[in-house]
Design a protein around this ligand. Sequence first.
Ligand code: NI
Length: 187
Amino acid sequence: MITMQDIIREGHPTLRKIAEEVALPLSKEDLKTGEEMLTFLRNSQDPELAEKYELRGGVGLAAPQLDISKRIIALLVPSNDPEKPEPILNTVMYNPKIISHSVQDACLSDGEGCLSVDRDVPGYVVRHDKITLTYTDSEGILQKKRLKNYEAIVVQHEIDHLNGVMFYDHINSDSPFALKDGVLVIE
Ligand code: NI
């Protein structure tokens, strides 16, 4: 099982590499990696398991964070609606690709964090508010999905890891909380 010891931290060169496309049909090895990544996220959100294994809670993980330079991301975004308890995103994406996005930009009011970054880096991380992406799912089926707001931001953070980009690369270091007009701030 994946624990924090398996996650590489900023400064490791793999986090700055462009990850390789995953070969199709999906290999057993790549499927196993994806499954383990999703299990890590599930464990990290379980209070007992997170405490027992000292896991930091996460909603997304990218294979390069495990020093596997491949285009695989896992997402587990819990619901915030008690009427609809199933997670908003609960999936592994192979070769995810943003094919279009809104003109509207958005950022999270609390900034972003990363399992590969053991410090707070305050500041707005401005991203697209809405994205349309394609990816291959664990069944080997090509999927197309539209996402907005928080889910769209999480996916963009993870896809950045496939391109060697860290969230703080987007923060304006001179004035981290300066925003252009019209950027949606998501609470
Ligand atoms: Ni990250």
